[in-house]
Design a protein around this ligand. Structure first.
Ligand SMILES: NC(=O)c1ccc[n+]([C@@H]2O[C@H](COP(=O)([O-])OP(=O)(O)OC[C@H]3O[C@@H](n4cnc5c(N)ncnc54)[C@H](OP(=O)(O)O)[C@@H]3O)[C@@H](O)[C@H]2O)c1
Length: 339
């Protein structure tokens, strides 16, 4: 080499690499480490490369991490929800171009590496544009919780404006989105939360907020709803299947989203049968076309009728702590990772 020749040594941080959270074996939160120099993915047919602005933290991310859900290929980057800016488009993509603001959900599982990284490839069939006026970080935290709440209340329960709905756990990720979506539908919204969140959940649109720990909870729900609720969103099936029937109005619809299976000992004491109560259990991952509820969520975000409450923001190096917190800590709304 001639004296004085400048040799460029490829550095991580160049256009072919990125920082990403990865796990190389299943386990607890400490298997998550942030790595420099991970290959930046190339978008395939029907895919976008998104520069990630925010990736939310959901209980389901922990199930993929610990191996208790469907198997994922290792090494693996978590993060089911994403929002960011399109950096490149793959072959055959129509309707998206570099620079577009987008958000979506449904990666970070067996099919796709997740969004806890500087970049992620995402399929266009689960991505929508983010309207002006909607915040990218909130959108990155919205996917699973808002789509689940939308699917449960709008698609499965068919919630009508004149109906009473009970949302268990209205301060939680799904719960606080459900309170706002039910309010946007003009339903009468009854919910439960720890005492420290009552004022905040009321401000999100709940007509009634009750402490979920009170002994007379069923009576309080029936009193608030003039005898019984038409729709229940239940995220703790073991705790509430019989309760749901007890507070139900005639022909009520109960939508169950909890990961904990119904108690195998659950035998209705007669309340569900006598009221013709319908039970449906659902998974957001079964949504036939995720773009449909995502567009509804985008509309509500842009219209200020849905606001994702960001309880804590973490950087990539804190992804393990964020996944610990999502299962163990109490907070209002969502935890989010911003690369
Ligand atoms: N089927 C699906 O498609 C689907 C989709 C999304 C989520 N999920 C599941 O739904 C559950 C909730 O998810 P998330 O993201 O909303 O979790 P989250 O943000 O942790 O919210 C859980 C909420 O439940 C509250 N809670 C605790 N004990 C309660 C009780 N005895 N009664 C009523 N509420 C109680 C918590 O309040 P404190 O803060 O007071 O503890 C918290 O606000 C998880 O099991 C998740 O895996 C399923």
């Amino acid at each position: 080499m001639a004296a004085g020749t400048l040799t460029l040594i490829p550095q991580y941080g160049d256009e072919s690499h990125m920082r990403a959270v990865r796990l190389h074996e299943h386990g607890g939160p400490d298997v998550l480490t942030v790595e420099d120099g991970v290959d930046r993915p190339t978008p395939g047919e029907g895919e976008l490369l998104v520069e990630v602005a925010a990736a939310s933290v959901n209980p389901v991310d922990t199930y993929f991490r610990d191996g208790s859900y469907e198997p994922v290929g290792l090494p693996f980057t978590p993060g089911v929800d994403y929002a960011g800016t399109v950096a490149a488009v793959g072959d055959g993509v129509e309707g998206f171009e570099a620079g577009d603001r987008v958000f979506g959900t449904g990666i970070g599982n067996a099919g796709y590496q997740g969004a806890c990284a500087e970049y992620a490839t995402v399929p266009t069939d689960r991505t929508v544009h983010l309207p002006d006026g909607a915040d990218l970080t909130e959108a990155g935290a919205a996917g699973v919780v808002a789509v689940t709440a939308w699917r449960a209340l709008v698609d499965h329960a068919g919630l009508d404006p004149a109906e009473d709905v009970l949302v268990h756990g209205g301060a939680g990720g799904v719960g606080h989105a459900a309170v706002q979506i039910a309010d946007a539908v003009s339903a009468k919204v009854h919910t439960t939360a720890g005492p420290e969140y009552h004022d905040s959940v009321s401000a999100l649109g709940a007509d009634t907020v009750l402490d979920y720990g009170r002994d007379d909870l069923a009576d309080a729900v029936r009193d608030a709803s003039d005898g019984g609720v038409d729709v229940v969103l239940d995220h703790r099936l073991d705790d509430y299947l019989q309760f749901d029937a007890d507070v139900a109005a005639q022909r009520a619809r109960v939508v169950g989203i909890g990961e904990n299976s119904p108690d195998p000992g659950f035998t209705d004491d007669g309340a569900a049968r006598s009221k013709d109560v319908s039970y449906q259990f659902m998974s957001m991952f079964n949504t036939p076309d995720l773009r449909v509820p995502l567009r509804g969520v985008a509309h509500l975000l842009a219209d200020d009728r849905l606001s994702i409450q960001l309880a804590e923001t973490y950087d990539l190096g804190e992804a393990g702590e964020a996944q610990r917190a999502v299962l163990e800590d109490s907070f209002l709304g969502k935890l989010v990772v911003t690369p």
